[in-house]
Design a protein around this ligand. Structure first.
Ligand code: C5P
Length: 415
């Protein structure tokens, strides 16, 4: 395992698994990494700073207001120094603090001050792990791109059995290795993702829209950024945090999304269209609130079709990126998806059955079937299925499939 030159800031919080940290540091150092340790006050009850200083060969940082430490490596310098911040073990408390941006000690302050990726290895009692607050906080962190490794399941220090054990040092070292190995896989690639609904105004206070949450598009942007791509996320109004290292452009209407998308698409290697773009908009947006008092019992709205963003991108004559579309269908999923693949001139289409309440619009989980045109068989198509998973896991797999198809199409063009 090679981690030569990698700079790892290891944050240790107060869980029994902290006693495994000297071994973790030993493995990281053996792989060639440099390690600086930051401990919370509670962590010092489980493992001594002296031990950690001896194995890391660096001074252990303990307090935010430590004049001696600030003279050598200040907390801001430490935050800038790291290539990766790993918090292991990560208690429910630090997870809550990270989720809500609390900076009341050295470690939580460093996490806000760093631009390095943050990984956590949760470790706590199984009931604390299953508590809705912890689950919610972990979901917040996952949506922001925090890497969450574990927890493992098994017998716990308190005698309970369940999920909450810290991932073992060997496995954490392997995760770190995989992280660095994959973090530049897409370096040099520019990926544009559209996400969320569009909002089509009727008057200053009303609009037509849909139930799209944006979760799938945000998860894809997150997955691509983690692999080192330069990602632009063009999003309609949603309630989601921007993933790390993603440039986000907020838009409201389909026309706005169209303009921004075309600008970025021509500078992109891959264009992924997950947005649920409104098909129609009002011909005229009333300048004042439409009043019911003076109107009749019926109100007629005249709508006009919005431009098809993904079809416009895939019909670009120059600077056309590799184009991926989505098809959310309630019936005849495969037929409709294949028709869209052809009619919109896409390279790949990802179909999901939104009649199933577990998946699709607004759900946390999704399952997709991907279709693309087969070059070998005239009129033939190829497909692959990505089974039910939470949207982030699914997005991680999807981005790998998209890259595979993109590379295959490049090769086909060459031959
Ligand atoms: O035709 P339909 O809306 O079902 O097609 C879905 C695909 O087309 C999605 O990838 C969606 O993002 C894209 N789309 C678009 N602009 C539109 C309508 C749909 O980019 N006006």
């Amino acid at each position: 395992m090679h981690l030569a030159g990698k700079r790892i800031l290891l944050g240790i919080t107060g869980g029994i698994a902290a006693y495994k940290c000297p071994e973790l540091i030993r493995l990281l150092k053996k792989a060639g990494a440099q390690v600086h340790v930051v401990m919370t006050e509670s962590a010092t009850h489980f493992v001594t700073p002296m031990t950690l200083q001896a194995v890391s060969a660096n001074r252990v940082a303990l307090e935010l207001f430590d004049p001696a430490a600030e003279l050598s490596m200040s907390h801001i310098e430490l935050a800038k120094w790291a290539d990766l911040v790993l918090i292991a073990p990560a208690t429910a408390n630090i997870i809550a603090k990270l989720a809500h941006g609390i900076a009341d000690d050295l470690l939580s302050t460093l996490c806000l001050a760093t631009s390095a990726p943050i990984a956590i290895a949760p470790a706590m009692n199984q009931q604390m792990y299953r508590a809705p607050a912890t689950a919610h906080n972990l979901a917040i962190l996952a949506s922001r791109g925090t890497l969450i490794w574990g927890p493992d399941s098994g017998v716990q220090a308190c005698g309970d059995v369940g999920a909450g054990r810290m991932v073992e040092p060997e496995a954490l070292t392997a995760e770190i290795h995989n992280f660095f190995a994959s973090s530049n896989e897409l370096t040099g690639m520019t990926i544009t993702v559209t996400a969320g609904p569009t909002v089509e105004a009727l008057d200053p206070v009303r609009y037509i829209s849909n139930y799209s949450s944006g979760k799938m598009g945000f998860a894809i942007a997150n997955a691509a950024a983690k692999l080192g791509a330069k990602v632009t996320l063009i999003s309609g109004p949603v309630h989601l945090d921007t993933p790390n290292n993603v440039e986000r452009i907020n838009v409201e209407s389909a026309l706005e999304m169209y303009e921004v998308a075309l600008k970025y698409a021509t500078q992109s290697t891959i264009f992924i269209s997950t947005a649920a773009v409104a098909d129609y908009r009002a011909v005229n947006i009333a300048p004042h609130k439409i009043k019911k008092e003076h109107g009749s019992d019926e109100l007629q709205l005249t709508l006009v079709k919005n431009p098809d963003i993904v079809a416009t991108v895939s019909n670009l004559e120059s600077k056309r990126p590799f184009v991926v579309g989505f098809a959310a269908e309630t019936d005849n999923v495969k037929d409709y998806a294949l028709k869209k693949l052809i009619s919109k001139n896409l390279d790949l289409i990802c179909a999901n059955d939104v009649s199933d309440k577990q998946i699709g619009f607004n759900a946390d989980q999704n399952a997709l079937t991907l279709y693309w045109r087969s070059i070998e068989e005239a009129n033939g198509n190829k497909e692959c299925s990505l089974p039910l998973a939470n949207k982030q896991e699914l997005a991680n797999k999807l981005i790998i499939e998209i890259i595979k198809r993109y590379k295959a199409s490049k090769n086909e063009q060459k031959n």
